[in-house]
Design a protein around this ligand. Structure first.
Ligand SMILES: O=C(O)[C@H](O)[C@@H](O)[C@H](O)[C@H](O)COP(=O)(O)O
Length: 235
C-alpha cells in the first residue's frame, strides 16, 4: 500500500505533491459537500503549500486542519497555524475554512476534550493528509522520545475509541505539542509522506523495515488500511 516517488530535490517534488493532493481534494468535492485536508508543519511543506494554494478547487468547501501543533499562539514563529495561514491559506485557498489545533488553553492536555468535540463534528475521512518526517523518525508529533507515545500510536485503536488529539510532552523541549493520534491519521483516503535529504533517506529505509517504536513513522508505512504515497527528495 506504499508507493515511493523519488525526486532530485524539494523544488521538483513540491508541484508534483501539490497536484496529487489537489486531485484528492477535487475527487472528494465531487461526491461530498466538504473536503478535509490535514497538513503538517515544518520547513518541507512550504513550497508544497505555495503550489497547492493556486490549485483550481472550490476552496470554500475545503476545511484545512493540522496534523500537529506546537502549543504556542499564532504570534509565535514556531506556530504551524501561522505557517499554514502564511503559505497555504492565501490566494485562491484563502476561501478555505481553517481548524487550528491551538485553542488558547493553558496546555495541550487541557485542550484534548475541546479538540475531540471539534473533530467529532468534521465529516470523515480526511480527503488527504500530508505527513513529514524528522531525522529521528518522528511523524506528526509522535516522537520516539514522547513519554506517551503508546497513547499516541493507540495500536489497534479506532477513531471510535481513540481521542483525535493527544498532548505530546517531553518530546521537544521546551514546547509542548499536540498531535493527531495514529488511528485518526489513518482515517484518510490518502496519506502523503514528504521528506528530503540523505540523512532522512537513511531513516526512511530503516523505518520501511517494519513497525518500530524507534521510528514512529514506521507504523504509517507498515499499515495496509490507508494508501500511502511517499514523496522523497534525494537532496
Ligand atoms: O510540527 C512539525 O514540525 C511537523 O509536523 C513535524 O512532524 C515535521 O513534519 C517534521 O519535523 C519534519 O519537519 P521538516 O519538514 O522541517 O523537516
Amino acid at each position: 500500500m506504499t508507493e515511493i516517488r523519488w525526486f532530485d530535490d524539494n523544488t521538483s517534488l513540491a508541484p508534483a505533491l501539490a497536484a496529487a493532493v489537489a486531485e484528492d481534494v477535487r475527487a472528494a468535492l465531487a461526491t461530498d459537500p466538504a473536503a478535509i485536508l490535514a497538513v503538517s508543519g515544518g520547513r518541507s511543506p512550504v513550497p508544497v503549500f505555495e503550489a497547492l494554494r493556486e490549485a483550481d478547487l472550490d476552496w470554500a468547501r475545503v476545511i484545512v486542519t493540522l496534523v500537529d501543533e506546537r502549543w504556542v499562539p499564532e504570534t509565535d514563529p514556531a506556530s504551524n497555524a501561522a505557517l499554514v495561514k502564511t503559505h497555504l491559506l492565501q490566494g485562491k485557498a484563502a476561501a478555505a475554512r481553517f481548524l487550528p489545533l491551538y485553542t488558547g488553553d493553558a496546555s495541550a492536555a487541557a485542550a484534548e476534550t475541546r479538540l475531540a468535540r471539534s473533530f467529532a463534528e468534521l465529516p470523515r475521512p480526511f480527503a488527504a493528509l500530508i505527513l513529514g518526517m524528522g531525522d529521528d523518525g518522528h511523524t506528526a508529533s509522535l516522537f520516539p522520545a514522547s513519554p506517551n507515545l503508546e497513547a499516541g500510536l493507540a495500536l489497534g485503536g479506532t477513531v471510535e475509541n481513540t481521542p483525535p488529539c493527544l498532548a505530546q510532552v517531553g518530546a521537544i523541549a521546551p514546547t509542548e505539542r499536540v498531535s493527531l493520534t495514529l488511528p485518526w491519521i489513518l482515517d484518510a483516503r490518502h496519506i502523503y509522506l514528504q521528506f528530503g535529504g540523505a540523512g532522512k533517506v537513511e531513516v526512511f529505509n530503516a523505518a520501511l523495515a517494519g513497525p518500530n517504536r524507534q521510528y514512529p513513522v514506521s507504523f504509517v508505512l507498515a499499515q495496509t488500511r490507508t494508501p500511502v504515497t511517499v514523496f522523497a527528495a534525494r537532496s
